[in-house]
Write a protein that binds this ligand. Structure first.
Ligand SMILES: Cc1cc2nc3c(=O)[nH]c(=O)nc-3n(C[C@H](O)[C@H](O)[C@H](O)COP(=O)(O)OP(=O)(O)OC[C@H]3O[C@@H](n4cnc5c(N)ncnc54)[C@H](O)[C@@H]3O)c2cc1C
Length: 261
């Protein structure tokens, strides 16, 4: 590890001010960023830890019935809440206990790893990402692998998710990393059906709109019929070809619908 400065503010305003320094970077649970620093893939001069800000931790419901999760809330807490079982199931299968005890939803969505689990749920439910300066719809937030709508120094303070009537997340885990080779989150809510797919595309997380359409009239795995996910633009690597990932998308979507229904 190389030498860097460290600050641990206790309010969002202090953190935003600290992040104005050139070469400063936010630190959430450190489950992605610290290994990145160790590998010298990033070398910020200052880390601004968000772990001392109580205002961005915790889970509640707003007047619209949405689940409101502070950006500094760890995966374990999300796995333990009972209001949104589909999301709890997703969080319970992230990494291992150490990762779930430290890693945060804010860090996960800000990082937007192409195999991260939450982005699939956020797209499928039509979630809103709240930052220190604005609210961003999930459809506008995720903009490609490791790319989001966040500006320099912008902090994810909260994620608001409409709670669907039915939902489920199916993850085909890559056994070494525990990240999904492909993950599919299916949500059936008042506004229709959402299908978010992670791990599969070179463009990052995406909505499988053809499946959403097929399922909105008939929420059963049979409704997927002959529908096939296209392999165009999907990731092909030593773990699985693009065609294999396309196959997994269809299989996991069907399983998620059956489990949710
Ligand atoms: C062994 C292992 C297995 C894993 N398996 C999975 C898995 O199956 N599924 C999955 O989804 N993830 C998995 N992860 C990743 C894990 O979920 C991380 O917790 C997450 O990607 C990053 O969250 P963090 O709080 O640790 O963020 P950090 O590592 O601290 O930061 C990550 C990035 O986000 C920025 N950041 C952090 N917090 C905020 C914020 N509130 N606002 C704005 N920017 C912020 C940082 O500057 C940095 O760029 C795994 C990680 C490990 C080590």
């Amino acid at each position: 590890m190389y030498a860097f400065e460290m600050e641990r503010p206790t309010t969002v305003d202090e953190a935003v001010a600290a992040l104005k320094d050139e070469d400063a970077q936010a630190l959430g649970g450190g489950q992605t960023l610290i290994p990145t620093l160790k590998a010298r893939l990033a070398m910020p001069g200052k880390l601004v830890s968000l772990t001392g800000i109580d205002a961005i931790k915790g889970i509640s419901k707003d007047d619209a019935g949405r689940l409101c999760i502070g950006g500094g809330t760890v995966h374990r807490a999300i796995a333990e809440q009972g209001d949104f079982p589909g999301l709890a199931g997703l969080a319970a299968r992230i990494g291992d206990p150490a990762v779930r005890n430290r890693g945060t939803i804010g860090g996960s969505v800000a990082n937007n790893d192409p195999s991260a689990c939450y982005p699939a749920a956020l797209l499928a439910t039509g979630a809103t990402i709240v930052t220190d300066r604005r609210e961003i719809a999930a459809d506008d937030f995720f903009q490609g692998m490791f790319t989001t709508a966040l500006e320099e120094g912008e902090i994810v303070t909260e994620v608001k998710l409409p709670i669907p009537e039915k939902s489920n997340y199916q993850k085909f885990a890559q056994p070494a990393s525990r990240f999904p080779l492909v993950g599919v989150f299916v949500a059936k809510g008042a506004d229709g059906v959402g299908v978010g797919v992670t791990g599969a595309s070179e463009g990052g997380v995406f909505r499988w709109r053809e499946a959403e359409e097929a399922l909105s009239g008939n929420f059963s795995a049979d409704a997927l019929g002959d529908l096939a996910a296209s392999a165009d633009g999907l990731i092909g690597d030593m773990h699985g070809s693009a065609a294999y990932r396309a196959h997994l998308i269809k299989v996991l979507t069907g399983r998620a619908v059956s489990a949710a229904a």
